[in-house]
Design a protein. Structure first.
Length: 366
């Protein structure tokens, strides 16, 4: 059963047989920007990477599934691997977990080489696969207790730890029901608890919100954020769901055709794609002709046009240093600004531009 693969030493040979998807490239040493989910006081130490990959490569015959991946994930951050199915995400995860050996390059997870010390990596990493498997006839608590036994957790500590985890994931009231009665969202939350049983310093989640209803997605994303924020764990999250990645991730690596074509914060990725130009969406109070004249008079503004979908908004293009001046200069002209948004910072826009630029690649890398 795949979800049990990383729970203990007994599954080592079965784990070695597992294979999946495909991985990437460029490195980014910038500090992650804060999001609403992030810790508010503690800063991430940029030098303390708990996941580190350099030149990590995987070939299956003539298929290059992962192409010279460089990656750093730090304590207390949620790092997203973003790309379509077959882009290289799961193959990357399997190499980092020691479930697949790289063709070239090397990785270090929680201070250990996954190829040379796979059991040491497994003792320190909590893993939730894309298809979480549990024993349906057992209760949620019994499944977690079994995981705790496989990981050698002291029996005297188990029940208190399980109670705390079940409370954290919102399953305490149904902990003694058979898992076969759980909804998909409940199973995913139980999967998160299962990944946390060993109190890992690294948590790896492969498509954790697939096939969950919107309310369940919000709950799972909040739980993922709390793992990084409250436990200080490094969270590596693989997903093809752009909006969800943007909600919870501090930094993102964009996978296309077996390569990571860019990584960093959403703002940094937008800047990399945007060059020296900037586009802003502006909502301002006043007569349309007055607002347009005021916008055109600001130094650095090159283009002004009415938003075709919402006539209350304006689209302004100009120099990259324009953003901090727009609101101030409009206010100085007696025009109140009620909306100001930089266009192109949304992850779906960023991703589609990278995808269009690089091409869809070869799906056979899956």
């Amino acid at each position: 059963m795949r979800a049990k693969a990383i729970r203990g030493d007994r599954g080592e040979r079965a784990e070695r047989a597992q294979r999946a998807d495909g991985g990437g490239r460029p490195d980014d040493d910038g500090r992650p920007e804060r999001t609403p989910h992030q810790r508010s006081e503690r800063e991430v130490d940029a030098t303390a990477s708990v996941i580190r990959a350099r030149g990590l490569t995987k070939r299956y015959g003539d298929v290059l599934a992962v192409d010279h991946l460089n990656l750093d994930v730090r304590p207390g951050e949620v790092f997203g691997l973003l790309g379509p199915n077959g882009a290289g995400k799961t193959t990357t995860i399997l190499m980092l977990l020691g479930l697949s050996e790289p063709t070239d390059g090397h990785a270090e997870v929680a201070g250990f080489d996954p190829t040379r010390d796979p059991l040491e990596v497994k003792r320190r990493v909590g893993y939730m696969p894309d298809d979480v498997g549990f024993y349906g006839a057992l209760t949620g608590r019994q499944n977690l207790r079994y995981t705790a036994r496989l990981n050698g957790i002291d029996r005297r500590d188990v029940e208190g730890r399980l109670d705390a985890l079940l409370e954290q994931v919102g399953l305490r009231d149904v902990a003694d029901r058979a898992v076969e009665t759980y909804s998909r969202g409940m199973r995913q939350r139980l999967g998160l608890a299962d990944a946390l049983v060993k109190d890992p310093s690294v948590v790896v989640l492969d498509e954790p919100t697939t096939a969950i209803d919107p309310a369940g997605v919000a709950e799972v994303l909040d739980l993922i954020a709390s793992i990084a924020r409250d436990r200080g764990a490094a969270v590596l999250l693989s997903s093809h769901l752009l909006h969800q990645v943007q909600q919870v991730c501090d930094r993102v690596a964009v996978f296309v055709g077996g390569r990571v074509v860019a990584q960093g914060t959403m703002r940094r990725l937008a800047e990399q794609m945007g060059g020296e130009s900037l586009q802003m969406e502006v909502g301002a109070q006043g007569a349309p002709e007055e607002v347009e004249a005021a916008l055109r008079s600001i130094d650095g503004v090159r283009e002004v046009e009415r938003d075709p979908h919402d006539t209350r908004l304006w689209r302004v293009a100009g120099a990259r240093n324009l953003q901090p001046r727009l609101a101030g200069e409009l206010s100085a002209r007696g025009i109140g600004v009620w909306h100001l948004r930089r266009i192109g910072d949304d992850l779906d826009e960023i991703y589609m531009r990278y995808f269009a630029k690089e091409g869809p690649g070869d799906d056979s890398a899956a």
